[in-house]
Write a protein that binds this ligand. Structure first.
Ligand SMILES: NC(=O)c1ccc[n+]([C@@H]2O[C@H](COP(=O)([O-])OP(=O)(O)OC[C@H]3O[C@@H](n4cnc5c(N)ncnc54)[C@H](OP(=O)(O)O)[C@@H]3O)[C@@H](O)[C@H]2O)c1
Length: 290
C-alpha cells in the first residue's frame, strides 16, 4: 500500500516519518511550497512531488495533511479520473468526511483520521505518537479499504477509536473541553485568586501546582479516575462551604462554578451513594426552580 502526503507540516511529516520508520511504503510528499516538500522528503527518506496529481497517481492512500480551511480546495484540485479505488484521508478534528463531497461517485473511500494529541514539531513529534489515540470516521466505498486502514493504524501501535460523521462536532467539542476549556477554567480560578489578594505569579504557580496534583491523582488511579481523585467540599457533602463560594463569586465565575459543581455532585454521588445531597442539589439547581 503506497501512502502519499499532501501538506508537509507537523502532522504530515510526523505520520510520514512514523510510517517509514515502521517499514511502510510512503509514495511521496507534495506541499504548497516546494522547499517544505523537499525537506520532508529528505527527513522521511522519500520523494517530493511538484504536481499533486502525479503523487495521487502513484498512491493508494492520500493523506491531505493541510490546514482545515484548505482541505476542501485541495480535495477539489484532485483529478477525479485518478480517484478510482483510492483512499483519501484528512486529519481534522472538527471536519468530517462530508468535506470530501461526492467522493463516492468517483469510486473512492473517505477517511477522517484525527490524532487525539498535540503534534508540535515536524521532526520530533513522531516519536511520541505510538500508543496515542487516533479517532477514525470513515465513508468506505469497499470494506477492504476500512480493514486496510485499521490494520495500518494498528501496525503503527496507534489506539483507534471509531466514531460517526454525525458525532464529529460533539466529539471535537469534547476534546476542546479537555484541552482549551481546561485552560480557560484555570484562568478563571487564577483571576479569582488575584482578586483575593494573590500576586499574578503566585496565583499562576498555585493554580498550576493544584491542577497538576489533581491530574496526577486521576492518572495514577487504578479505576474510575475522576471519582477516585475527587476531593473538596461537594464530595464531603459540605453545603455551607459551597453556599459561601456561590455568594463570594458573581457573573461568569459564579455560573462556571455552579455548572461544573453539578457534574462534581454526580461524581460525588457515584463515590458515596448514601451522601446527603438535598441542600447541595437545591443550591446548585436553585436558579432553575425560579
Ligand atoms: N498539529 C496538531 O497538533 C494537530 C493535531 C490533530 C489534528 N491536526 C490536523 O492536522 C492537519 C494539519 O495540521 P498541522 O498542524 O500539520 O498544520 P501545519 O503544521 O500548519 O502544516 C500544514 C502544511 O500544509 C501545507 N499547505 C497549506 N496549504 C496547502 C495547500 N493548499 N496545498 C498543499 N499544501 C498546503 C503547509 O504549507 P507549506 O508547504 O508552505 O509548508 C504546511 O506544510 C489539520 O487538519 C489539523 O487540524 C493537527
Amino acid at each position: 500500500m503506497n501512502i502519499g502526503f499532501v501538506g508537509a507540516g507537523k502532522v504530515g511529516c510526523s505520520l510520514a516519518k512514523l510510517l517509514t520508520e515502521r517499514g511502510k511504503q510512503v509514495s511521496g510528499i507534495y506541499s504548497r511550497s516546494p522547499s517544505s516538500a523537499a525537506w520532508a522528503a529528505q527527513f522521511t527518506n522519500t520523494t517530493h512531488f511538484e504536481e499533486i496529481n502525479e503523487l495521487l497517481d502513484v498512491s493508494d492512500v492520500l493523506f491531505l495533511t493541510v490546514p482545515d480551511q484548505s482541505i476542501r480546495s485541495v480535495y477539489e484540485s484532485l483529478d477525479p479520473t485518478k480517484l478510482v479505488d483510492k483512499i483519501i484521508c484528512h486529519c481534522s478534528g472538527a471536519l468530517s468526511t462530508a468535506v470530501f463531497e461526492g467522493i463516492e461517485k468517483y469510486g473512492a473511500s473517505a477517511f477522517s483520521i484525527h490524532p487525539f494529541v498535540a503534534i508540535s514539531s515536524r521532526h520530533e513529534s513522531y516519536q511520541n505518537l505510538p500508543h496515542t489515540i487516533f479517532t477514525m470516521e470513515s465513508k468506505p466505498i469497499r470494506k477492504e479499504h476500512k480493514e486496510a486502514m485499521l490494520a495500518l493504524l494498528q501496525d503503527l501501535d496507534l489506539q483507534v477509536e471509531e466514531i460517526t460523521a454525525e458525532s464529529k462536532a460533539a466529539y471535537h467539542g469534547a476534546a476542546v473541553m479537555a484541552s482549551n476549556l481546561m485552560l480557560g477554567l484555570l484562568s478563571v480560578a487564577k483571576r479569582e485568586l488575584q482578586a483575593a489578594g494573590f500576586s499574578e505569579q503566585g496565583a499562576t504557580e498555585a493554580i498550576l501546582s493544584l491542577a497538576e496534583g489533581n491530574l496526577a491523582n486521576a492518572i495514577k488511579a487504578e479505576e474510575k479516575p475522576f471519582v477516585t481523585a475527587l476531593t473538596g467540599p461537594i464530595q464531603r457533602g459540605d453545603a455551607s462551604t459551597v453556599e459561601g463560594h456561590l455568594k463570594a463569586f458573581s457573573g461568569d465565575s459564579r455560573e462556571i462554578y455552579r455548572l461544573l459543581s453539578r457534574e462534581v455532585l454526580r461524581l460525588a454521588q457515584e463515590k458515596n451513594g448514601t451522601m446527603d445531597d438535598i441542600r447541595l442539589t437545591e443550591l446548585l439547581y436553585e436558579d432553575e426552580e425560579e
